[in-house]
Write a new protein. Sequence first.
Length: 232
Amino acid sequence: MTQIIRLIVLGKQGAGKGTQCIRLSRHYVIEHIATGDMLRAAVKLGTKVGLEAAEYMEKGELIPDDIVIRLVQERTSTGIAHERGFVLDGFPRNVHQAEMLDDLLTPESLDAVVDLRVPTNLVLKRIASRRVCADCGTTYSTAKPPRVDWICDNCGGEVVQRDDDTEAAIQRRLDLYEKETKPLIAFYREHGKLIEISGVGQEEIVSRRLIMAIDKILRQKTTRISADGDNK
Ligand code: AMP
């Protein structure tokens, strides 16, 4: 039987969540669900959600919870996310979203919530040099650009600076992280789900740290499930 894996990666903007979530999704063959990417795609397509979200996003404000939870519900209930699991990137952003997610997943639950820790001075440097593909969301930096002239290696889209990577919007997002998202660390610690991992260092090394910690939790889960089975 396939083990379903449900993960969350928390961290400040620029902590490397996007890059690490893509690596985790490839490693465990699970869906990468990035609410920021979904919202940017909706804005680009001019959907009803996109039109509503654009104004908030430009200022670095959070989109209303009910809109975002609906997107997450749609994505987690179908395809690979449903059959094999998912890693959530950029969601939940506050305790209310975390509670709504718990309700959505019940009777199942999350396997692990990773807090990817990077000091603020380093994330500011990373955001300033961050560039993304306008079509598929692949992340690059001025130090690690695509192979050819700001054309995405992955899909051929144009690689640009994000509209909300302005100084004012970044500051607002970091303030919101402290106020709204940081309390999630205590929330998930109390629920016994939190793993704290340093996000400082080369991509591959951070990725190895994450996989080692998650594998340990998955092994404990497998042992628990088989012990439960033996006791029946
Ligand atoms: P991100 O790509 O995760 O930095 O998200 C970009 C923007 O999308 C944020 O600044 C918010 O405006 C919006 N957004 C993404 N995820 C959420 C969420 N879970 N709740 C509310 N707003 C979100």
